[in-house]
Design a protein around this ligand. Sequence first.
Ligand code: TYD
Length: 267
Amino acid sequence: MSDVAARVVAVSAPGYFISFEGGDGVGKSTQARLLGRWLGELTGREVVLTREPGGTELGKELRAAVLHGQDMDARTEALLYAADRAHHVASLVRPALERGAIVVTDRYLDSSVAYQAGGRELGADEVELISRWAVQDLMPDVTILLDLDPAEAAARIRRQHDRLERAGSEFHRRTREAFLARAAADPDRWVVLDASASVDDLQAQIRVDVAARLELTPVVEEAEDTVAAAPDDGFDDSDSAIGYEPGRGLAPGAAAGPAGEGGAASA
Ligand code: TYD
């Protein structure tokens, strides 16, 4: 196959969809960013790093309302997260996957099931159904759960706590249990990792697991080298939407060639 033909195949192939999940303060944003940069370098594909809530301009407004606005009942909260998700998928995630990008999202639908069903104690099936409807059943190829004792995670958050973070220790205990139960029920999609590990060790493990699940070429030594070398990409990890550019792509790194024959983001 000529270079031009190979490129056309790579660009027209569907992308890969990866989500990070876990409690507040477990380090998802840092790990998602490091993984995204590495995947761009490994595959030569476009990488889109995004998050929920707030991955789009409309999403930023919904994020402000749900995290920093007036108090609201659990159903309103669930619907706001679902609305953010619907717009996020329709306007950013699905188009990116269709052009063959790797989309790495910091939280997705499983957060609603863990927080609004587990934490707020709405029905899990109903909460999932609303989000499934919102995204027309688009589910990640791989979901990384960064698991940590909520007390330890809360101690890592140095800024002022938002509405969800203030929900109390029982709420966060239930949320954690809901994530773990959901992961245990679908081991093909989920990877559960202990988030008390160092940033570098955790990232190295994530790379091995993601590469294996997506059938990329896992190179453990390379993963360890590039964690330290990953340059700052300018993403702001803080809760504030300020400084976060919705759907901002990470430039593909030095192309190592397209990975595999395209992704498998379902639905
Ligand atoms: P996030 O910005 O990821 O917070 P952190 O970086 O502290 O983990 O998420 C914002 C909050 O919104 C977080 O407390 C989890 C909550 N949340 C839900 O309750 N339901 C959802 O569907 C999503 C996506 C997030």
